[in-house]
Design a protein around this ligand. Structure first.
Ligand code: NOJ
Length: 963
C-alpha cells in the first residue's frame, strides 16, 4: 500500500511539476530542482571535514628508509607526523606515458574497497629507477618515459617533471587527508589529556604554517593514545566532529559502522588554466573554479528536474579531469567509486584577458596554475596521471586503461522514437506505420515502464502487450527494432519469478542487519539485485536469453534506467550508504559503480543470448569510468526549454572527453511540451549528436514528427535525412572511437589546441575532424555567429558549398530549416544519398564521397564497413577500412587495413569535390582494367565538381584523376 502511495506521490510530483511548468511559463519562470533533497558539501560530513583543511605544509612524511623498488614500481611508507598512522604508497611508472599511485593504510582496521572491473587489464608497468637521491628526496626515472618523478619526504609530495619543466605536483598544497580507521573514542581521561599535552608542542610546530587549520580540528591530529582499547565500541567525545560516526540527512540516518574513512588529495597543474571533464554535471564544458561555492559533486543521483549551470551531482560519474594549455594536455583519473567532490581553484580566476595580458607585458604575472582537490568518502586513493603530451595521447592513455567505446550496431546510430509510454501493441504499430506514411526514417521504437506487467521487468502487460513476439516480428519485417526498459529495482512479489530467484539465491543487496534491502520505486516495494556480486551479474545476464525473457526476439534491445540506483524513499533518492553488498562492502564504497555493473551485466546478457555473435545495444542512465564498453548513455530528464537544448552540447562533449562517446539528450525535452520551433531545433541538434532519441514524459502531449504543422514536419524530415545520409561517416567515427579511444563528438579545442578562442566554446562542436556543427539553439534566431577555427584552414558550408577561411567568426543568417554545418577543407566524408525507412534498408546502398579540398588541394578520409551488427569484424576480420586521399588532382582509394575483407555490394556512385578547378577530363583507373572517362559537372561559382558514376566497388582499389 505504502508503495502505491509513494509511486502515486511521485507521479503526482511529476504532474504537479507539469502544472508548475505551465504556471512558470505563464509567469516567465523556469522550474528548478528541490535543492533541499540533495546534500551540499557542508551537509556531507566528510566533504565538510576535508574541505575545512586549508593549504599548508603536509603533516605526512615519507620514510625513505622503507623505500623498496621492484620491477613493478616502488613502495614507501608515509607517516602522519601527529597521529603516527602509517600509509603505504605504491608508485608505478606505466607504459604509454602514465603514472599510477595508490595510497592505503599499512594496517587498516578493515580492508578498504579497491575498485575492480573498471580497468580492462593490469596496466603494463614501465621500470622505475632511482636516478638521484639526497636526505629528503629521491629522483626516479621512468623507462620509456620522458619524465622524472621527484618524491620529497618531508613534507611529502610528488613532482612530475619533463626536462626542467614541472608538469604536475601531488600534495604540494598539503591537502592529503587520509582518515585512518579507528575505534570510537572515550571522553578524554586525564592520562590522555597529559599525553595530548605532551604532543602539543609537536603539533604546534607542524601547524605553525600560515593558514593551516587549527590542529584541534584536524581529525587525525589526535594521538593514537587517545584511541579506545581493544575492539569495544566507545562513546564519541565532544572532539569528534559531528557526522563522523553517524550522519543524518533529512529523515535518513547513516550508521557509519566504520566511522570516518574519507580520503582527499590535491594536485597542482602549473601552466594550466583550462580544465574539463568529471561528468556528469549540467554545466559549462570548461570547469569553473569552485572557491567560495560548491565543489563539483560526483554521486550518481536521480535528480528530479535538474537545474542548469551548477555543479550538483547527476546520474553518472566519471572521475577523470583533463587539463589543457596550448602546449600540453594532462589527465587525472581518480579511481574511486564512493561519493566524491572535486574542488578547483586557479590563480588566474577572475582576471580578465586584458589583466592577464597586462601582467604578461609587465612581467608581473605569476605562472597560471590550476589546483584540483579530490575528496572521496571511502576506499583508497588510486590515481592515474595521464601525461599526454597531446589530448589525443590522453584519450588513448585513458581508454587503454578503461576500454574504448563499444562499436554500436549500425541501427543504433539511426533515429530512435520513444515516449513514456506507447500504450499498447496497436499504438506501437501505428507509430511504426506513421513513419512510413509520412516518410520519416526511424530505426527503433521504445517501450517505457508501462509495457511490463505491473512494472515487473522481463514481462509484458498481458492486456496491452499480449503478443510481444508478433509485434517484434512485425517490426523486424520493417527492418526496425524495439527497445524495452529493464530497470534494476525488482518488485517484491512472491508470484514474480525474477524476485523469487533473486531472493532465494541471496542475490539482493542487504540491509546492515542482513535482511534483503527494500526501497520504493516504480513497482512499489522493490529489491535491488546486488550487481557487485559476479553471481548476480551472471544470473541477470542469463535472464536475457530468449527462453528466460519470454516474448523477446533478436530485434529487442534494452534500456537500463534508474540504476544510480534510484530509491524514491532513500536518502537523496538513492540507497542507504550502510546497505551491504557482496564481499562485505558497504553501499558507500560502491555507490558510483552500481549502475556501471547493471549496464555491464545487461550488455553481457544480450551478447550471450546470441551465442556471442551479435553486438548488444544497451542504454544506461547511470555510468562510471569504463561504461563506454557497454553501450550508450543519455543526459536523463531534461526539460523542453531552450537552455536545456543548449546544455546538451557541453554535457555530451564532457562525456566524450572521458571515453563515453555514445551520448545524447532527450530530443524535445523530457518534461514540458516544446513548441514546434523548439522541437524542430532539437531534432536538428539531435541529428548531429551521437545518440539520437526523441523521448517525453508520460504527461506530455504526443509529439511524433507527423503531428506537427506541415512546414515543421518538412524541416524535421530534412534533419532526419541529414542524419541518415551521414550514417557511413558516423559509423566510421565510432569505429575510430572503438579502435583508438578518440571521441566522436569533440570540443573545438581538441583539434585546435593552440587557439585560445576555442577553449570555452559551448555552442558548437566537431564530429571527428571533418564536420563543424553550430546548431541553432535560440528562439526566433535569424542568424548565428559561427567560429571557424584554424589559420590556413578552409571550411565549406555543406548545404551551399560556400567556402570560408579560418580563423574567423562568421555571421550566418539562418531560417528554420538551417543547420549550420561545415566540412573542413582537407577531409573526405562518405554518405548514403537515398534516405530509406531504416539504416538496415540503406546498408547496401552506394556511397557518395564528399571531398573538401584544403588550400593545398589535398584531402583525406576513411570509411569503415561491416555487416553492421555482429562481432565478425573482430572474430573473422570481416570488415573494410578504406582510405581515400586526394592530392595532385587524383583521388586514390586504398585499404587502410589489409587484414579486413568483407563481401559487399556497396559501390561508389558519385564523388563531389569542393574547391576544385574545372578539369578537361576525369579519368578512372582500376588496376587490371583499361582507363575510362567519367562524366562530370562543374559549378564555377562554388568551385564544385561532381563526378558521376565511377561505379567501382567500395572494396576495390581505384583512382580518379582530374586532368
Ligand atoms: C526516468 C527516466 O529518466 C525517463 O526517461 C523515463 O521515461 C522514466 N524514468 C520512466 O521510466
Amino acid at each position: 500500500m505504502a508503495a502505491v502511495v509513494e509511486v502515486v506521490a511521485r507521479r503526482r510530483r511529476y504532474r504537479m511539476g507539469l502544472m508548475l511548468v505551465f504556471l512558470g511559463l505563464f509567469m516567465g519562470n523556469a522550474l528548478a530542482v528541490d535543492r533541499s533533497n540533495f546534500k551540499t558539501c557542508d551537509e556531507s560530513s566528510f566533504c565538510k571535514r576535508q574541505r575545512s583543511l586549508r593549504p599548508g605544509l603536509s603533516p605526512y612524511r615519507a620514510l625513505l628508509d622503507s623505500l623498496q623498488l621492484g620491477p613493478d614500481g616502488l613502495t614507501v611508507q608515509l607517516v602522519h607526523e601527529v597521529t603516527k598512522v602509517v600509509l603505504v604508497l605504491e608508485l608505478q611508472g606505466l607504459q604509454k606515458n602514465m603514472t599510477r599511485f595508490r595510497l592505503d593504510e599499512l594496517q587498516p582496521l578493515h580492508p578498504r574497497y579497491r575498485v575492480s572491473d573498471v580497468l580492462v587489464a593490469d596496466p603494463a608497468p614501465a621500470r622505475l629507477s632511482v636516478s638521484g637521491r639526497d636526505d629528503n628526496s629521491v629522483e626516479l626515472t621512468v623507462a620509456e618515459g620522458p619524465y622524472k618523478i621527484i618524491l620529497t619526504a618531508k613534507p611529502f609530495r610528488l613532482d612530475l617533471l619533463e626536462g626542467r619543466s614541472l608538469l604536475l605536483s601531488v600534495n604540494a598544497r598539503g591537502l592529503l587527508e587520509f582518515e585512518h580507521q579507528r575505534h570510537r573514542r572515550v571522553p578524554f581521561s586525564d592520562k590522555v589529556s597529559l599525553t595530548l599535552g605532551s604532543m602539543w608542542d609537536k603539533i604546534k610546530n607542524i601547524f605553525s604554517r600560515q593558514g593551516a587549520r587549527d590542529p584541534a580540528e584536524v581529525d587525525g591530529a589526535q594521538p593514537e593514545a587517545a584511541a579506545g582499547d581493544g575492539d569495544k565500541p566507545e562513546e564519541p567525545t565532544e572532539r569528534e566532529e559531528p557526522g563522523a560516526w553517524e550522519e543524518t540527512f533529512k529523515t535518513h540516518s547513516d550508521s557509519k559502522p566504520y566511522g570516518p574513512t574519507s580520503v582527499g588529495l590535491d594536485f597542482s597543474l602549473p601552466g594550466m588554466e583550462h580544465v574539463y571533464g568529471i561528468p556528469e554535471h549540467a554545466d559549462s564544458l570548461r570547469l569553473k573554479v569552485t572557491e567560495g561555492g560548491e565543489p563539483y559533486r560526483l554521486y550518481n543521483l536521480d535528480v528530479f528536474q535538474y537545474e542548469l549551470d551548477n555543479p550538483m551531482a547527476l546520474y553518472g560519474s566519471v572521475p577523470v579531469l583533463l587539463a589543457h594549455s596550448p602546449h600540453r594536455d594532462l589527465g587525472i583519473f581518480w579511481l574511486n567509486a564512493a561519493e566524491t567532490w572535486v574542488d578547483i581553484s586557479s590563480n588566474t580566476a577572475g582576471k580578465t584577458l586584458f589583466g592577464k595580458m597586462l601582467d604578461y607585458l609587465q612581467g608581473s604575472g605569476e605562472t597560471p596554475q590550476t589546483d584540483v582537490r579530490w575528496m572521496s568518502e571511502s576506499g583508497i586513493i588510486d590515481v592515474f596521471l595521464l601525461l599526454g603530451p597531446s589530448v589525443f595521447d590522453v584519450f588513448r592513455q585513458y581508454t587503454s586503461l578503461t576500454g574504448t567505446q563499444a562499436l554500436p550496431p549500425l541501427f543504433s546510430l539511426g533515429y530512435h522514437q520513444s515516449r513514456w509510454n506507447y500504450r499498447d501493441e496497436a499504438d506501437v504499430l501505428q507509430v511504426d506505420q506513421g513513419f512510413d506514411d509520412h516518410n520519416f526514417p526511424c530505426d527503433v521504437i521504445w517501450l517505457d515502464i508501462e509495457h511490463a506487467d505491473g512494472k515487473r521487468y522481463f514481462t509484458w502487460d498481458p492486456s496491452r502487450f499480449p503478443q510481444p513476439h508478433s509485434m517484434l516480428q512485425h517490426l523486424a519485417s520493417k527492418r526496425r527494432k524495439l527497445v524495452a526498459i529493464v530497470d534494476p529495482h525488482i518488485k517484491v512479489d512472491s508470484g514474480y519469478r525474477v524476485h523469487e530467484e533473486l531472493r532465494n539465491q541471496g542475490l539482493y543487496v542487504k540491509t546492515r542487519d542482513g535482511s534483503d534491502y527494500e526501497g520504493w520505486c516504480w513497482p512499489g516495494s522493490a529489491g535491488y539485485p546486488d550487481f557487485i556480486n559476479p553471481a548476480t551479474r551472471a544470473w541477470w545476464a542469463s535472464m536475457f536469453s530468449f527462453d528466460n525473457y519470454e516474448g523477446s526476439a533478436p530485434n529487442l534491445f534494452i534500456w537500463n534506467d534508474m540504476n544510480e540506483p534510484s530509491v524514491f524513499n532513500g536518502p537523496e533518492v538513492t540507497m542507504l550508504k550502510d546497505a551491504q553488498h557482496y564481499g562485505g562492502w558497504e553501499h558507500r564504497d560502491v555507490h558510483n559503480i552500481y549502475g556501471f555493473y547493471v549496464h555491464m551485466a545487461t550488455a553481457e546478457g544480450l551478447i550471450q543470448r546470441s551465442g556471442g555473435v551479435e553486438r548488444p545495444f544497451v542504454l544506461s542512465r547511470a555510468f562510471f569510468a569504463g561504461s563506454q564498453r557497454f553501450g550508450a548513455v543519455w543526459t536523463g530528464d531534461n526539460t523542453a526549454e531552450w537552455d536545456h537544448l543548449k546544455i546538451s552540447i557541453p554535457m555530451c562533449l564532457s562525456m566524450g572527453l572521458v571515453g563515453l562517446s555514445f551520448c545524447g539528450a532527450d530530443v524535445g525535452g523530457f518534461f514540458k511540451n516544446p513548441d514546434p520551433e523548439l522541437l524542430v531545433r532539437w531534432y536538428q541538434m539531435g541529428a548531429f549528436q551521437p545518440f539520437f532519441r526523441a523521448h517525453a514524459h508520460l504527461d506530455t502531449v504526443r509529439r511524433e514528427p507527423w503531428l506537427l504543422p506541415a512546414q515543421h514536419q518538412e524541416v524535421i524530415r530534412e534533419a532526419l535525412g541529414q542524419r541518415y545520409s551521414l550514417l557511413p561517416y558516423w559509423y566510421t567515427l565510432f569505429y575510430r572511437a572503438h579502435i583508438e579511444g578518440v571521441p566522436v563528438m569533440r570540443p573545438l579545442w581538441v583539434q585546435y589546441p593552440q587557439d585560445v578562442t576555442t577553449f570555452s566554446i559551448d555552442d558548437q562542436f566537431l564530429l571527428g575532424d571533418a564536420l563543424l556543427v553550430h546548431p541553432v539553439s535560440d528562439a526566433g534566431a535569424h542568424g548565428v555567429q559561427v567560429y571557424l577555427p584554424g589559420s590556413g584552414e578552409v571550411w565549406y558550408n555543406i548545404q551551399s558549398y560556400q567556402k570560408h577561411h579560418g580563423p574567423q567568426t562568421l555571421y550566418l543568417p539562418v531560417t528554420l530549416s538551417s543547420i549550420p554545418v561545415f566540412q573542413r577543407g582537407g577531409t573526405v566524408v562518405p554518405r548514403w544519398m537515398r534516405v530509406r525507412r531504416s539504416s538496415d534498408c540503406m546498408k547496401d546502398d552506394p556511397i557518395t564521397l564528399f571531398v573538401a579540398l584544403s588550400p593545398q588541394g589535398m584531402a583525406q578520409g576513411e570509411l569503415f564497413l561491416d555487416d553492421g551488427h555482429s562481432f565478425n569484424y573482430q572474430t573473422r576480420q570481416e570488415f573494410l577500412l578504406r582510405r581515400f586521399s586526394f592530392s595532385q588532382n587524383t583521388l586514390v582509394s586504398s585499404s587502410a587495413d589489409l587484414r579486413g575483407h568483407f563481401e559487399t555490394p556497396v559501390w561508389i556512385e558519385r564523388v563531389v569535390i569542393m574547391g576544385a578547378e574545372k578539369p578537361a577530363t576525369v579519368v578512372l583507373q582500376v588496376p587490371g582494367s583499361p582507363e575510362s572517362h567519367l562524366s562530370f559537372q562543374h559549378n564555377t561559382e562554388t568551385s564544385t565538381l561532381v563526378v558521376r558514376k565511377p561505379g567501382v566497388s567500395v572494396a576495390s582499389d581505384w583512382s580518379i584523376q582530374l586532368r
